[in-house]
Design a protein around this ligand. Sequence first.
Ligand code: ATP
Length: 660
Amino acid sequence: MASAIPIMPPPGTATAAGEETNASSSSTNAWQKSTATGPTKTTVSSTTPKPVSLTNSNKTRTCRNIVIHGFCKYEGKGCEFNHDVGKPATSVPSPEISKAKLHVNSPIFKPSNLSSGSVKAESINAPEFVPKHSQVDSNSAAGGAFQDNRPMVQSFVSPMQNSLMGSMSNLAGNFSQFGMGDMSMGGPMSGNYYGEGSVNNYYYQASGAMLHQPLQYHLYNTPLPHVSNLLPHQKTIHGFFISDTLREELHKKNEMVLQTVNAQDYGLPEDLHEYHSLYPLDLTQEKSTEVFGYQSSVYKCMCSEDGKTYALRRIEGFRLTNEVAMQTIEGWRRIKHANIVSIREAFTSKAFGDHSLIFVYDYHPCSKTLYDVHFGPQAQLASQVVVGAPKTTDHVIPERTLWSYLIQLTSALKKIHSAGLAARLIDPTKILVTGKNRVRMNCCGIMDMLTFDTAPNIAHLQQDDILNLGQLMMTLACKSLTATHNISKSIDYIAQTYTQEMKNMILFLMSQPVPMKTVDQIISMLGPRIMQEINEVQTANDVLESDLGRELENGRLTRLMIKFGFINERPEFDMDPAWSETGDRYIIKLFRDYVFHQVDEAGLPVLDVAHVLTCLNKLDAGVDEKIVLMSRDELSCLIVSYREIKACIDSAFRDLSKSK
Ligand SMILES: Nc1ncnc2c1ncn2[C@@H]1O[C@H](COP(=O)(O)OP(=O)(O)OP(=O)(O)O)[C@@H](O)[C@H]1O
């Protein structure tokens, strides 16, 4: 890694904050000496080194030495600064450099001449970049006033070119300046690097053919237009993370998966077949026998084979007399559907002290039954609805929700009937709600095993499924568990409350089969509603994908932070000159201060997340933008690009791995 050379700008010319440096000064004394690593050239010269005023950390400081670190070679003329911080200036000014306008913020993009191993293949042969704005605000270039309490910041966007970020690729061309108000980092990015010109201005070949644009990994996705009313280049701080509601929901689910109880306290076996850590999901003392004809219990458990969590359904006191009945589960095991809780296996057990039949299903944390959601104690409190009650809108289930339930359950039935099976349990207590309006048929296959000896007629059972679906819809539409006791009154209520379509659909489902009703008939009646459902599902999917995109970026930054943590402040290398506080490691340390330890005019810590994210993203991308790093004693400054800092970090991390 090339080191740095101090440069003293002549009086009245440049500041490290990015003002233009007068390269044509004739004085070349101390700045023109060659170095141990070979002659170098610089455009800046001075006879009398004078303090340079810099603004960093919102705090004006005076700096004796400004060091440009690892500047790239220019036109093959060896403009490479390679001296350490604080050492006397020894480089030779090069007139060529003056053409490049030696600013903090002026990128000299000549990748073909770069000797650095960190140069990306994509940038080779790229033409010189001449920034549109060469004058840069000194405050911003130096890191200026970073504290910005305004909730809204502007984000820097650019095309994503790998497949993972494919969905964001439509942002291409929608590049935006990384303004961030006062938090501008200066440099090429703040000079509307991408904003005004098209990509073509920057990345093109002499032949005119477009080059692949280098992958920019430092970018956050923009909010979806229908999710946010912000402009594409604007973001609130929340825009960097997934939504609070989703985070909370996911946390609760994770927490639920890890819940345990002392098995003995609940009279549960420690192990059951290959399952352990049983956790009762149904704590009601009085078990109903209404649905299965037997009492049943549900437990969450862990599988020692695959480490996953499952839901065990125990049918209590059932003695399986015919082993062949176990085979009925095979047909159900093959069914994989988004609206059916998948079954894994079934077995008998005496571990509970009786003859129990155990069914193992996928576990959906924090799910409730349709009954709990619409008829449970909380739902009852919210509405005291009876059939024939005056029509109000605050207690009825929205029609959109009813259609969504119907579409999902019809889809599940289609799958089941196509497999030559019948659901047999379309009951509010046996339909799980696993997300917002997301339903899944539960307990599939249990009735087949419990009634194996009676050899039921599948065609009749399938007709019953459609009838039961109609009854369920009527129960939900009237929000009354006794709605089916008085069908004509319930239909009247539905006609008053919902559309004619809904009434007709429920009537069809509950009508006598003449000669047979099929799921396909229901599907054709649902036609337009299915289109609407697809649209809503895809919109919800977009939102989740957008959330995922944000976390993707944060995951990347976490890895960067971990690297930082490994490198910075290693006590075992305190006395090691190879790991000293000069050179690469020194730059990393100063960069750490620049990112995290900024202070305001009053010397108070600046806690600006947006600044941290900006810096880390630019670092991870290794952009050519330059920043000024200042030593803690405020005597030296380094002008260094993110690309160079990134190379320092990579090399320091490599050294660490080697030292193992
Ligand atoms: N596969 C599963 N994943 C997660 N939770 C489940 C699963 N199956 C059932 N549960 C939960 O277990 C609890 C009890 O389920 P169960 O089917 O016994 O409902 P119930 O209303 O108690 O019915 P019953 O009166 O027949 O016992 C419910 O809260 C349900 O959400």
